[in-house]
Design a protein around this ligand. Sequence first.
Ligand code: HEC
Ligand code: HEC
Ligand code: HEC
Ligand code: HEC
Length: 159
Amino acid sequence: MNKKLLTLLLAAGMAVIFVATGLYAGTDIPDTITMDYNKYKKRKKKPPKTKFIEFAHKKHNVEYKISCGDCHHDKDNKPLDLKEGDNVQKCAECHTKMAKPKKKKGEKKKKKDILVLENAMHGNCIDCHKEVNKKAGDPKGKKGPAPATCAKCHIKNKK
Ligand code: HEC
Ligand code: HEC
Ligand code: HEC
Ligand code: HEC
């Protein structure tokens, strides 16, 4: 077989593989995500007092230039180097506790349990937003371009 034909066949073979893997692509990368974890008791019992947060997923990556691994990590908390088509686990698959433990009477404030989903979300979103705001000039990190106080993310529903 001549060399030219061989490279051609190889290229054709590669193309087939690419198309085939395309069909088995992992999780789609969402542009925006409604942060709606209905397992929280509060949401179950009565209609939410606040709107669900609209998280601009793609914008965070593309416009704010935050890499996938800044938010997505593996079971050992190591950043994941993701690309399109990779399977991505939801935060709640590992951060499985749906409620903060109740404080008992007289008990000192507990160290935050990061396996509580709410703490993981706040830890991810708010910690970075505070850093962003600090860099923008607010020493406490609360005011600035990135929402870092409760009502900025948990926007009240009007009755
Ligand atoms: C600023 C943080 C952040 C960045 C940056 C980010 N993600 Fe996400 N991503 C999230 C959050 C939060 C979710 C919602 C997960 C959930 O529902 O538990 C999510 C969800 C996803 C999902 C859907 C998972 C599912 O099963 O619904 C995919 C796929 C994904 N991200 C891939 C990526 C890829 C690839 C990149 C980089 C190009 C990226 N993400 C960058 C925070 C981020
Ligand atoms: C495959 C399991 C797994 C998934 C999926 C996962 N985490 Fe984690 N995460 C962990 C583990 C394990 C730790 C470390 C817990 C510890 O230190 O005890 C951790 C730690 C964290 C921390 C603390 C980080 C630090 O270094 O202090 C935050 C914040 C966090 N996760 C947010 C998220 C968010 C947001 C998502 C979804 C975008 C997510 N996690 C998805 C397993 C996971
Ligand atoms: C690693 C840093 C980082 C993380 C993590 C992060 N953000 Fe942001 N976020 C930013 C930056 C930067 C801005 C834009 C500030 C500006 O406008 O210059 C922003 C802006 C926002 C805004 C307002 C503007 C917009 O684009 O919608 C919302 C709402 C928001 N983030 C939600 C979230 C939520 C919810 C999470 C957690 C799931 C999160 N962010 C995690 C860096 C981050
Ligand atoms: C950067 C945005 C952001 C800020 C600021 C923020 N949160 Fe959240 N919060 C989230 C996200 C994302 C979730 C997880 C999604 C969900 O459950 O709706 C969450 C979940 C929660 C939950 C559990 C879900 C529920 O509806 O019961 C409570 C309670 C909560 N936050 C209270 C607060 C309080 C109190 C503050 C201020 C100290 C605050 N949050 C600030 C983003 C934010």
